[in-house]
Design a binder for this molecule. Sequence first.
Ligand SMILES: *[C@@H]1O[C@H](CO)[C@@H](O)[C@H](O)[C@H]1NC(C)=O
Ligand SMILES: *[C@@H]1O[C@H](CO)[C@@H](O)[C@H](O)[C@H]1NC(C)=O
Length: 384
Amino acid sequence: MGIATLAAMWVASSLMLRSAAVRSQSGILAACDYKDLATAEVHGVSGGVDVSFCGKSVTLRESGSAADPFAGVTWWDASHQGEKLTKQESKTLKNHVGSYWRYGRSVAQLGKGLLPPLYKEDYNTDFKDDNYASLVRSVLGFTVTLADAANKLPAPAACTDAWLGDWIPKEALELLRLKKETGRTTSFAWFQSPTFDESHSYQFLTEKEQPSSCKPVCLQQNISFPVQFHFRTRHGKDVAKYDTKEKPMLVLPNLAFKVADVSEVITDPLYVMSTAELVQWLNTTHPYKSFQERAGQTFGPYPRLAKEVQRRRMDGKGFSAWEAKGDGEGKYEMLEVSGAEYRPFFDALSSRFDMPPRPGLWGQVSNEDPYIIKVTLEDPEGCD
Ligand SMILES: *[C@@H]1O[C@H](CO)[C@@H](O)[C@H](O)[C@H]1NC(C)=O
Ligand SMILES: *[C@@H]1O[C@H](CO)[C@@H](O)[C@H](O)[C@H]1NC(C)=O
């Protein structure tokens, strides 16, 4: 038996021993400190990179991420709060928060069990390693320093509010609802950056942001949902000064949150209107929104359209579906408006949405989701 084989056996058996020691009954790793990731064993295997830490081993791959590879790792450490950040820690925090493509994205991908891009694959990255194993070591090291930095920042004395907009799959939403019902806590497998600016969080809930796998019918087909998480926590670290545009709070991974509320919020008033309500709405005068070209002016009534809608017994949902279909369905014939009047009319229709506008090609445009889901997350011990 060669030295290498013996060494391999020794490593394997010590890993197994360690594994037994840290594994709790449920099979979930206990007491795995994030600092252990700095000394994780990292080596390339076919089709990926193996990372061994705390007695377990995960394989990071180019696609098809491992489910929650760093589950069981404890990232929160209150014992260094208020300590001065080293130069390296400040720089790491600033890089992570301030430049998604150069740093944040690689950190995020690693957390999902994916290999971050090599420099030769994507020149936007500042992790310039030329092979995956070395890259993974670099990103792990960066991430541990990031957590060191975040843990040194003071935690707020009272719960602080921050918001995160994201599209999440149906199953994840159902799990959140279940957790609300049963009182079970939820957590995030990786670093999250909700914003202190609630209106900014809506930018991530637009139909433009829906996952490419089900775009543009994610919501219509109940595949993925626009969810606004409202954090109320004493565990978020204020890093807004590093990104004055997005004003983020940094939330370390694997913290427990109580799911205090899950609510559907209608953002297209027409979506829930009966025929009578819709007819009334179309037959009345309304103001344009302040971000629209015709701000200060009003639109409506549209008595002909109201009458036609009544005749067809169209409710708000039917009207929205008809609206989304384009002009093949008698829309223009029903409107009987001349070409020059289309723009004001469609601006009028798009003025009804309740979410803040998003930047479009020629200025602000409406966020046209019919509804969003608001989820309130609180520290398990509550906030009041
Ligand atoms: C989506 O869910 C809603 C509410 O549960 C339901 O009314 C609707 O029919 C569903 N749509 C599809 C396409 O499954
Ligand atoms: C629209 O409003 C006008 C004026 O109040 C009224 O005469 C008409 O009947 C209304 N149309 C519908 C379809 O309700």
